[in-house]
Design a binder for this molecule. Structure first.
Ligand code: DHB
Ligand code: FE
Length: 303
């Protein structure tokens, strides 16, 4: 049977992609940020998944105001990096897993979560920057002349896009319960697959209006603490608190609750009866400011 063995959480920032693509990782501004992901790149090699279920948000790239799915699952065989205005990032195309994605869509929709099924979708920095941070070349490899981007991503990736750009956005509670449903879906897939689930976006940042540039380190670190120790309690946080405390784009953090809801210690059967396994192990924790306008947070939890 397929099994979720780890969850990974990381911010995305388009400038991180640009720093990688333009060879700036050793510059004093960026070096401490990339240093925080050195452990993670080795961890990915040591804990290679068969599939990554990657929860992220599209930034009006594949979707626009014409069509706004709250939750969209990528069921295609492949996904091209998007052109966000400067040409597509020089990173590999994303290979999907149509069979597992279709199974998850079937299971989760029958489990009462409405997903939009997407058979063609370009993927923007929300998806490619986390992949680069986790699966790109290490600092010594880059210093020795390697390209930052690999020739191919290490495994198939199922893109799962969440609307956190245009209101109304989904609640943390719904994201958490969706994560629990995704766990049930993966648990009921026959092939023996090692699946990682990633929650991306955040942490505090605001890109617009009078509070542009807002960062809230204390709130972010309390969020990380509670995500580890009390995700169900965290899922009750109302969206207005994200906006007030973590800035208008801090709402991207609700996506982390999808990945956290899929871990063993908060598992439930379809009737909502607890079937809790053991708490995850924190393999890595990192927090860094500044990175463009965003506080960067990162966690790796092992099942
Ligand atoms: C920035 C952060 C984001 O999450 C994003 O989507 C775009 C820009 C930034 O910090 O600059
Ligand atoms: Fe963003």
């Amino acid at each position: 049977m397929a099994k979720i063995t780890a969850s990974v959480f990381t911010s995305h920032v388009p400038a991180i992609g640009a720093a990688l693509d333009l060879g700036k990782t050793q510059e004093p501004y960026w070096q401490p940020l990339f240093a925080g992901y050195e452990y993670s790149k080795q961890w990915m090699k040591d804990n290679q998944p068969d599939v990554i279920f990657l929860v992220y948000n599209d930034h009006a790239t594949a979707f626009s105001l014409e069509m706004i799915p709250t939750f969209a699952i990528g069921t295609a065989a492949e996904f091209q990096p998007a052109d966000e205005g400067w040409g597509p990032r020089p990173v590999p195309k994303v290979i999907g897993h149509p069979d597992l994605a279709s199974h998850i869509a079937q299971s989760v929709i029958q489990d009462d979560f409405d997903l939009t099924i997407v058979n063609k979708m370009a993927v923007d920095h929300g998806l490619t920057v986390p992949l680069s941070l986790m699966c790109g070349a290490s600092m010594p490899e880059i210093a020795a002349g390697a390209k930052a981007a690999p020739v191919a991503w290490p495994c198939p990736v199922i893109p799962f896009a969440v609307n956190v750009v245009q209101y109304p956005v989904p609640s943390g509670r719904r994201c958490f319960e969706l994560g629990q449903a995704i766990r049930r879906a993966v648990d009921s897939y026959d092939p023996d697959l090692n699946v990682h689930i990633w929650g991306t976006g955040g942490m505090s940042h605001q890109l617009q209006g009078p509070r542009a540039g807002l960062i809230n380190k204390a709130w972010d670190n309390a969020f990380l603490d509670q995500l580890i120790a009390d995700p169900e309690g965290l899922s009750k946080k109302p969206h207005i608190e994200y906006v007030r405390e973590a800035g208008s784009e801090g709402i991207e953090l609700v996506m982390w609750l999808i990945a956290r809801g899929a871990m063993a210690d908060v598992a439930e059967n379809p009737k909502g009866v607890a079937q809790h396994g053991t708490a995850p192990k924190v393999a890595h924790r990192f927090f860094h400011v500044p990175a463009s306008n965003t506080a960067v947070g990162h966690l790796i939890l092992e099942a």
